[in-house]
Design a protein around this ligand. Sequence first.
Ligand SMILES: *Cc1c(COP(=O)(O)O)cnc(C)c1O
Length: 414
Amino acid sequence: MYDQVRRIDPDIAAILDNELARQREQLEMIASENFTSRAVMETMGSTLTNKYAEGYPKKRYYGGCVNVDEAETLAKKRAMELFGAERANVQPHSGSTANMTAYLAFLKPGDKILGLSLSHGGHLTHGHPVNFSGLLFEAIHYEVSPENEMIDYDKLRDQALAERPKMIVGGASAYPRFWEYEKLRSIADEIDAVLVFDMAHIAGLVAGGVHPSPVPHCDVVTSTTHKTLRGPRGGLILARKDFFKNINKMNFPGVQGGPLMHVVAAKAVCFHECMQDSFKEYAKSMVANAAALGDALLERGFHLVSGGTDNHLLLVNVANKGLTGKAMEELLEQVGITANKNTVPFDQESPFVTSGIRLGTPALTTRGMGTDEMVRIADLMDRAVQNRENQEVLSGLRGEAEELAGQFPLYPGM
Ligand SMILES: *Cc1c(COP(=O)(O)O)cnc(C)c1O
């Protein structure tokens, strides 16, 4: 592997080697990460990276697009089939540009949008002041209820009726529960707002049939392709037929230049993989693993935000263990578990410290781990917390984590 890089640039080759080793040795529990297939990686490393293809299949601004046209057509067809969508745009470079395109297709700068607050599980692109979405639009936010830590749809409706945003954005980066799409739809209809749902985190669960689909209820659905969907790093937009001209125009020339055709082709490979029975099994396991991990953590006295999970991720409030999210992230790193600190609803700590940790099962499930391994990992975490001052115990735990990882080979033969 990496023969050419090794010959030309040993510095970068060493970095690639070290990163492969890191991914193999550590228990990867960042909820937004996954291990894509060799087929997806080969496609990303192909000659398609050389091609300019501004425009859309058969309507390009460059010659020589015959092959990339076929790749993009296939990617779109597969995306529509996989999600039962009327139209698909597979060109967004990322989830963020997919959202920018979706918003600008309907809104003018200064228009009002209503999205889930970042500190309650939402995403920066849902109207945070430091992001384009908060800079360009007048953003207001809905929250989860302090009682059950789930979205408070009654309050959301009150806010929508009082503020009359032009767009409601559903979806999250750190929300472990199902969404009630019918409620979002009826609130949007009451105020004649556009309903966009950002399924970046749960797209793979939707594709695998283990999470309800937002597609039938929403005007536009945006996504990433690299999280639970397990494809190349990139974005995706699905929409109704009547909105699609606007979406396409806003993607190009509105927001982006030339599409990354090597990534577009890799998205086609990803969608093909997602249609297989093996992917449905994978999606089921992601959810079963998150549930098992959650139960095992509850048994060990950890507090789960909202009390549990319906999807692939858990938000653990570690304040009752005498730790901040930042300290927990560092502790887990010491014992070979990669995760990220995360604000919890109504967090008293700053976003750099936080009271929570977000854990996800997509990557470990790809490695083949099941519910038994999740219980072992919960136990590892618990012992790490209890022995956090004891370096000897912690290095023993790191050995256990590496041994567990080694039992589930990653990219064998690479
Ligand atoms: C990850 C994520 C995005 C952004 O995706 P990028 O590819 O990192 O730009 C957008 N929305 C949600 C809900 C996400 O979780």
